[in-house]
Design a protein. Structure first.
Length: 149
């Protein structure tokens, strides 16, 4: 992403129009438009004002990713009762059909046993509870997958 897109997305996420931002900063709407279209960039003072207005740190504003912010907000607002109602396999299966299809192909019992052994090992060796062991194993799997790309 570029700075103009970051500014646009942060403004939209905060629920402000260009006119409202311009008024709060004491500048013209055209300046906001030029920032958002990368014709010009705000100075550091203006950038700091924008970050405060959008309830972001300056670093967050510079690297603003609307999708990441939405995910972070969803995680912050989640709770076990809500999560129990979600069928994560079906939800993610819409984007990744393999999650729906593998059940008929993969020897699930074999892999479940191996995963359970890894979870038990983490619990015993590091005194983790079941949830913490699962989260650690999930994070290790993610990093292995990411590093193999």
């Amino acid at each position: 992403m570029n700075l103009g897109n970051n500014l646009f997305n942060a403004r939209k996420k905060a629920g402000f129009s260009q006119e409202e931002v311009a008024e709060k900063l004491g500048i013209s709407r055209q300046i906001i438009s030029k920032w958002e279209t990368n014709e010009t960039i705000p100075n550091i003072y203006e950038s700091k004002q924008l970050a405060q207005l959008y309830n972001l740190s300056l670093d967050e504003l510079l690297d603003f990713d609307v999708y990441l912010k939405e995910i972070e907000e969803a995680i912050k607002n989640s709770n076990p009762a809500k999560e129990e109602k979600i069928n994560w396999t079906n939800a993610w299966g819409k984007k990744y059909p393999i999650l729906i299809e593998y059940h008929n192909k993969v020897d699930i019992k074999k892999y479940s046993y191996q995963i359970r052994e890894l979870l038990n090992s983490l619990q015993k060796e590091y005194d983790y509870n079941n949830l913490d062991s699962m989260l650690v194993l999930k994070d290790i799997l993610y990093h292995e997958w990411k590093d193999s790309k």
